[in-house]
Design a protein around this ligand. Structure first.
Ligand code: ATP
Length: 231
């Protein structure tokens, strides 16, 4: 059980996914949407589901939204409603506000408003799809500030059966190897299932094998170079 309380405003596909995941993890969630159908869809899965307009300051005050550990504003289409909801949350001095931006302009406006945590699901998925098309070996990418990213990639041929020390991630490629994901046979009551697990902290003697996925930190250009040189 997680000892934290969250609210999610806007229960479209994105917001409802966040709500479901938080509930599944044992967090107390208040789910709010102005559309009753959206609220009804989630009512059996959350502690409190509320049909109300988040642009109404009174509504949020009555819900004691300021007592939440974090509030996610996941309204998508209607940016004016999203902004007004954010302003209301700021007015009520909510500790942690996480807002969704549907475009670079919206992101900039939210930043100017003082929102620190901004989610751009469409942009993030767009980047990942493009990366996967360019390099099918890239499984996930997390973009970081200053041109850095963390990428999960299928270990390229050129590094197989070599140790981390031999590969020289730092010196040769300007990359930091964070960890490795490896497929293990897991005995599930008689039948053997294949599961991917993290190796944890890698050592210089750790070797990389076929089908491993490696998680590296570095500049986009260096990650690309590493894939090209070892494919
Ligand atoms: P998604 O892209 O997450 O699937 P969607 O396209 O279904 O979302 P959006 O228009 O992006 O719908 O809005 C997400 C949710 O936010 C909707 O269910 C909508 O009813 C809700 N919403 C919009 N304005 C408000 C508001 N002022 N107060 C509360 N909920 C709102």
């Amino acid at each position: 059980m997680i000892n934290a309380r969250f609210a999610v405003i806007g229960l479209g596909r994105f917001g409802s996914k966040i709500v479901r995941q938080l509930s599944r993890r044992g967090a107390e969630v208040v789910a709010l949407d102005e559309n009753l159908d959206k609220v009804d869809l989630l009512k059996d899965e959350v502690a409190h589901s509320v049909c109300a307009d988040a642009t109404d300051l009174k509504v949020l005050r009555n819900l004691k939204i300021d007592e939440m550990d974090a509030v996610v504003v996941a309204i998508g289409e209607n940016f004016e409603s999203l902004m007004l909801s954010v302003v209301n949350l700021m007015e009520l001095k909510v500790k942690r506000i996480i807002a969704r931006a549907g475009s670079a302009h919206q992101k900039m406006i939210l930043e100017k408003l003082g929102v620190v945590e901004i989610l751009s699901p469409e942009e993030e998925v767009g980047i990942l799809v493009a990366e996967r098309l360019i390099h099918p070996s890239v499984k996930t990418v997390l973009q970081l500030p200053d041109g850095f990213e963390i990428a999960e990639i299928i270990a390229p041929k050129g590094v197989l059966n070599k140790t981390v020390k031999e590969i020289e991630f730092e010196v040769k490629y300007n990359l930091s190897l964070i960890t490795v994901k490896r497929i293990y046979d897991v005995d599930k009551k008689g039948s053997i299932d294949k599961e991917r697990h993290l190796l944890g902290v890698v050592q210089p003697t750790t070797a990389i094998y076929e089908n491993d996925e490696i998680i590296v930190l570095g500049k986009e250009i260096d990650i690309e170079r590493f894939i090209q040189l070892n494919k």
